[in-house]
Design a binder for this molecule. Structure first.
Ligand SMILES: Cc1ncc(COP(=O)(O)O)c(C=O)c1O
Length: 392
């Protein structure tokens, strides 16, 4: 049997967009209210308050009405003033990419770059900031998804705070899948979204902004205003008493409402545990098949996405195509630098269930075998099951 390319796969184990929770899709299907109707204003304020709880904040986050790339670009445009020196930390494709936005707004962008299977050393950041005390803004990605690797943003945040600079954090694909919060990393702006570990479709940004970052953005005369990129336009929009600057994405807000209820009811610790266990089981299974994972060290491997290094001479493209055609399992390719070199298995929201590690390992192993590469599938599945039985 072959699965058709023009019909949906049986399993979507991607690193985003992810399969949405069915109850989120049902939530999105509720009535689309007029955005100034008091009932919608009440819903919106309630969603903002639930997001505040989920993100462990003292005030609601700013909700921007576009997928998190909008929030990242808005952070660069709003926080970075023309005279600013920025330090961009690049351990992967998204980290590198943020540097291009920063270059648009800053007077100078310095960069610390690592190999894309490694992580940023907080000590190197401290050293750089000591040499360059003029640095106003530092930017970092928590989980650089195209590599499946984590940076230690809490340690980096401490170093940046000690130097008196402001930190922009991209926590798009880590938040809600592991323990992380804007306060723990002392972020100036912490960007995330509901379309990865919260199990919603793409369409919204959630951003925590510190008092110091608000002050800097409000003083930045080049910051966008009357714009979907403007943080200040949307700052108070969560209050039922305040008007929206532009039309909010009503259906996405309804979906986020359900997703936050679901997250808080299940309990963040329980959600993080099933992400971590799914990832650990997947890593064990991949290695037991005789295949390597991409991250250089176990401790930097993400609990929300496992990047699998392709054996020498094997391109990821045909392996992905074979896994989808034979088993109906859709997984993510790498991006830019990592394209062709790895395959990513997402463990985000509804797919953060350990049994999906069995599906992923079987499909990956079968596809590798079909392409003439050795993979010990039985050993892989045994290792997944052992990890499921044993726990973390
Ligand atoms: C680390 C990281 N940042 C930002 C984004 C952008 O998110 P979106 O494409 O949903 O706007 C992604 C998406 O994969 C990501 O992995």
């Amino acid at each position: 049997m072959r699965y058709s390319k023009t019909r949906p796969p049986a399993f979507t184990l991607s690193a985003g967009p992810v399969d949405a929770y069915p109850e989120v899709l049902r939530g999105m299907g509720t009535t689309v209210l007029y955005d100034f109707d008091p009932a919608f204003l009440h819903v919106y304020e309630g969603v903002a308050r639930k997001a505040q709880t989920a993100m462990d904040m003292n005030e609601p986050p700013v909700i921007l009405h576009g997928e998190p790339v909008l929030g990242l670009e808005a952070a660069a445009a709003s926080l970075i003033a023309r005279e600013d020196v920025v330090l961009n930390l690049a351990s992967g494709v998204y980290g590198k990419g943020f540097g291009y936005w920063a270059t648009r707004y800053a007077s100078r962008v310095d960069e610390i770059e690592t190999d894309y299977d490694d992580a940023i050393d907080p000590g190197a950041v401290a050293e750089h900031l000591k040499k360059h005390p003029e640095t106003a803004v530092v930017s970092v990605v928590h989980h650089d998804t195209p590599s499946g690797t984590l940076n230690d943003i809490n340690a980096i945040g401490q170093v940046v705070a000690d130097a008196g600079a402001l930190l922009i954090v991209d926590a798009v694909s880590s938040w809600a899948g592991m323990e992380t919060s804007p306060a723990a990393c002392q972020a100036g702006i912490y960007i995330t979204g509901p379309n990865k570990c919260l199990g919603c479709p793409p369409g919204l940004t959630m951003a925590a902004v510190s008092d110091a970052a608000w002050e800097k953005m409000e003083a930045n005369k080049d910051a966008p205003f009357a714009s979907m990129l403007s943080f200040t336009d949307w700052k108070n929009a969560w209050k039922a008493s305040e008007p929206f600057p532009f039309t909010p994405s009503v259906a996405e807000i309804n979906g986020l409402d359900t997703a936050l209820d679901r997250y808080l009811e299940e309990g963040p610790e329980a959600v993080w545990e099933r992400h971590a266990l799914t990832a650990a089981a997947t890593r064990d299974g991949v290695r037991a098949m005789g295949v390597d994972i991409w991250p250089k060290r176990e401790e930097i491997a993400s609990p929300t996405c496992t990047a699998v290094r392709m054996p020498d001479g094997v391109d990821a493209g045909p392996v992905l195509a074979e896994a989808r055609a034979r088993y109906g399992v859709s997984m993510s390719a790498g991006r830019a630098e990592t394209l062709g070199k790895l395959i990513r298995i997402g463990h985000m929201g509804p797919t953060a269930q350990p049994a999906y590690a069995l599906v992923a390992v079987a499909a990956l192993g079968g596809a590798l075998q079909a392409l003439g590469t050795n993979a010990d599938i039985a050993a892989g599945l045994g290792a997944v099951q052992a990890r499921m039985d044993q726990g973390l």
